[in-house]
Design a protein around this ligand. Structure first.
Ligand code: AMP
Length: 221
């Protein structure tokens, strides 16, 4: 049984979620997206969900211990025995250190780490035209594909598609500031370990996907 763990790094809005979904299907391992897990808690109306929503809407990070417990619980589910694609996690040095320990305990391999690079001006443009389905989480870009979401409806199930609260312009700026302060130092944690690759996030979804597979292992593409 081949096991994989893959961490997709990169600033907000570089396309980690879209690529993580595809990689999850390609490799047959689940996508673990901490932002999605937190939004699901919010929709379920749990205490954690309410507390997290307030932090997320300010563009700040949810405390490390909450995130690490949530990821541990998710990794212990049966579908993750062969590994996982991490999206939006880890985001701080303590989270990265906690993940190293968890992977060892769970007999999962050292992660491939791929960072998707996109210039900041392009990130702002992409996030302000991003819309998400409130039900299935599908992501659309109103500039690239306006027809797919006519009447603000998701083509996959007719649910509403919305601009995420934290994709409002002021919150985007705050999230980029937090990214530079808290997450960039974590990138150094992996860069120094040698399992780190950078790929350009410009171009089509297919092009970026192919670059990630080659960066992980040319045999996978
Ligand atoms: P994302 O969907 O990955 O852009 O995450 C949306 C928001 O959820 C972030 O701005 C944070 O407030 C919170 N969040 C998601 N993942 C993490 C994480 N690993 N650590 C702390 N906060 C997180």
């Amino acid at each position: 049984m081949t096991k994989y763990t893959l961490i997709l790094l990169g600033a907000i809005g570089v396309g980690k979620g879209t690529q993580a979904q595809r990689l999850s299907r390609h490799l047959g391992i689940p996508q673990i997206a901490t932002g999605d897990l937190l939004r699901m808690e919010g929709q379920a109306g749990t205490d954690l969900g309410r507390r997290a929503a307030e932090i997320m809407n300010r563009g700040e990070l949810v405390p490390d211990d909450i995130i690490v417990d949530m990821v541990r619980g998710r990794l212990l589910r049966d579908d993750a025995v062969r590994g996982a694609v991490f999206d939006g996690f880890p985001r701080t040095v303590p989270q990265a250190e906690a993940l190293d320990g968890m992977l060892k305990d769970m007999d999962l391999p050292t992660p491939h780490v791929v960072s998707i690079e996109v210039p900041e001006s392009e990130i702002i443009e992409r996030l302000s035209s991003r819309r998400v389905c409130v039900t299935c989480g599908a992501v659309f870009n109103v500039k690239i594909n306006p027809a797919a979401i006519e009447n603000h409806k998701c083509p996959k199930g007719e649910a509403r598609v919305i601009l995420r609260d934290d994709d409002q312009p002021e919150t985007i700026q705050q999230r980029l500031t937090v990214y530079r302060a808290k997450t960039l130092p974590m990138v150094t944690h992996y860069r120094e370990k040698g399992s780190f690759r950078e790929v350009s996030g410009m171009g089509t979804e297919d092009q970026v996907f192919a670059r990630i597979l080659i960066a992980m292992d040319p045999d996978l593409s």
